[in-house]
Design a protein around this ligand. Structure first.
Ligand SMILES: Nc1ncnc2c1ncn2[C@@H]1O[C@H](COP(=O)(O)OS(=O)(=O)O)[C@@H](OP(=O)(O)O)[C@H]1O
Ligand SMILES: [Mg+2]
Length: 241
């Protein structure tokens, strides 16, 4: 198995079929019994065509309340969800099973009618996304719901199923380049569920450059109808324009 993983030495890029895999995304979440994800994406000529997120600690029910960890007393019953998206064909969720693939159901983001009633998903680690900037953005948008902190691409999956509304990843270090395997599947699943995903400059995430998102900074993921409003406040707080 380890030898097989070591074959994963592609430089990425804009040509050919490339699989991006993150066997355990949100390693710290995995270790602390919170959220983590097994992530897979197929890119063809730099464009993500298929994205899959296995989230063993998310509830099966798309309508279940958003929560960062496993609640005390929670058992394996009722949790474990597999999300997938195919470019142009929408996004679905299905229970994770040990047997045959379970039946899927279509997922979609919640349309934003009142941004002040929205809920943010954010990283647990303040070193991965600035909690201070996030709090200021929430205040300016009039959002009073506490942000739900969870590790891994489970954040993308959660907003895609309408359990949360907005996912921001706000750069802490100017030099950090996001890795394609940390975003490819989630980016497609959110877009196929009716969301818009850009960086803090409003550019689509560009998976065609190599192993990192070298041309992007941060992530702003929100329902299509509310994305421009969220991005404007992100840029105001980060003093981008
Ligand atoms: N400085 C910095 N800035 C941004 N991102 C970073 C940084 N350092 C690491 N990483 C990557 O973050 C991945 C985990 O992302 P999460 O959103 O789960 O972060 S958090 O733990 O919830 O805060 C994590 O993925 P995994 O290693 O698979 O857990 C890292 O690739
Ligand atoms: Mg990762």
């Amino acid at each position: 198995m380890l030898t097989f993983i070591d074959y994963g030495n592609s430089k990425g890029g804009a040509k050919g079929r490339i699989w991006a895999i993150d066997p355990i995304d949100g390693t710290k979440g995995f270790l602390r019994g919170g959220q983590y994800a097994v992530c897979l994406a197929l890119m063809v000529d730099g464009d993500v065509k298929v994205g899959v997120l296995g989230c063993p600690n998310l509830p099966i029910d798309d309508a279940a309340p958003l929560s960062g960890g496993m609640e005390s007393g929670q058992t394996d019953e009722g949790k474990g969800c597999l999300f997938s998206g195919v470019l142009g064909q929408g996004a679905v969720s299905r229970p994770l099973t040990t047997g045959a693939l379970a039946a899927s159901q279509k997922i979609s983001m919640k349309a934003i009618t009142d941004i002040a009633a929205a809920t943010f998903c954010e990283s647990v680690e303040a070193g991965h996304s600035s909690h201070g900037d996030q709090a200021e953005i929430a205040k300016k948008l009039g959002i009073t719901n506490p942000s739900v902190r969870m590790d891994s691409q489970a954040k993308y999956a959660s907003i895609a199923r309408g359990a949360g509304d907005i996912y921001l990843r706000l750069p802490v270090k100017a030099t950090y380049q996001e890795k394609i395997w940390d975003h490819a599947a989630g980016d497609l699943i959110v877009r196929e569920a009716g969301g818009a995903v850009t960086d803090i400059h409003g550019k689509r995430l560009d998976f065609s450059i190599g192993r990192t998102l070298a041309d992007n900074k941060g992530v702003v993921a929100a329902p299509t109808g509310g994305h421009a409003q969220v991005l404007a406040v992100v840029q105001e707080v980060l003093k981008i324009k």
